[in-house]
Design a protein around this ligand. Sequence first.
Ligand code: TXA
Ligand code: MG
Length: 325
Amino acid sequence: MEQADRPTGAGGRLAGDPIRLSEGLDAAVAALRAGDLVILPTETVYGLAADAGRAEAVARIFEAKGRPRFNPLIAHVADTGAAEAIAVFDDAARALAAAFWPGPLTIVAPVRPGDRVCDLARAGLDSVAVRVPGHPVARALLQAFGGPVVAPSANRSGRPSPTTFADAMEETGSSAAAALDGGPCDVGVESTVVSVLDGRVTLLRPGAVTRDQIEALVGPLAESDHGHRSPGRLTLHYAPDAPVRIDAETAGEGEILLGFGPGSGDPRWNLSPSGDPREAAAKLFRLLREADREHPVGIAVAPVPMAGLGEAINDRLRRAAGFVG
Ligand code: TXA
Ligand code: MG
């Protein structure tokens, strides 16, 4: 890690020190606005946070986690009003929010049209995961920033979620431009994830809020169609309607070619004219969607090198092409 890349957030327990907290908050808000990443304490685990609306910042999160997969991320917001600005809530969602927010519950609901939470953060889905965290430092940051912040757990891929500032810094601190120390996490396991899609409440990830607590409020939970598999890893769920053909050099009759690198196909459909995998990640889901809307015979995608985020891009494309179950 370069000296200049070290996080600028103050160390120590910021929660007990208002002056240092406000300095750390200013640095964290500035980092989010600049499209940089922030180590963020929550009551469950530490998160690696970015402005939910900036696809290139979100791409950086996947890069920082290493061996990345484009799983959909949770949008953290300051209050229920801010949640309803990005997600469409039904009565069950409102009851859950009233009972458990601020706190360790995440609600997956239909996304409201708009660009507050970019396609990449939602992994191209029409739904969005939202939560109002209870940690005072997280709440202060969300209020000061004034928009949704996506934050997966701050661990590198395949490692346990960090529950102390030191662990979070060790995992992904070198990728963050600012870091907030909120002390050890009270809860220590991730938030419970429930979906309220299609008028059913379904438990997608067990967590800090228990099944019993949820059922006491909204009645018996529906069984998840996908068991405990992460939805981000399902193949067909995310595939466009048009067949996807990967490692294509040129478009066939009636196909749209998503290019990569200089001179690769129509510039409008190029994932990154300069050949930058981060830009390609940021545009991937949007271009797949836009191409699909044209009802082409198929979507051909130029080869994307495996370096950096290329691995995650290729993983997603192979799934879209139906090669990985
Ligand atoms: O406690 C937590 O939730 C922590 C702290 C930092 O807030 N965050 C966290 O994020 O655990 P992450 O990215 O590690 O887990 C997000 C979970 C994944 O299981 C993901 O599949 C699910 O939420 N998820 C997100 N959006 C979804 C969607 N639209 N549909 C279904 N599941 C979704
Ligand atoms: Mg995680």
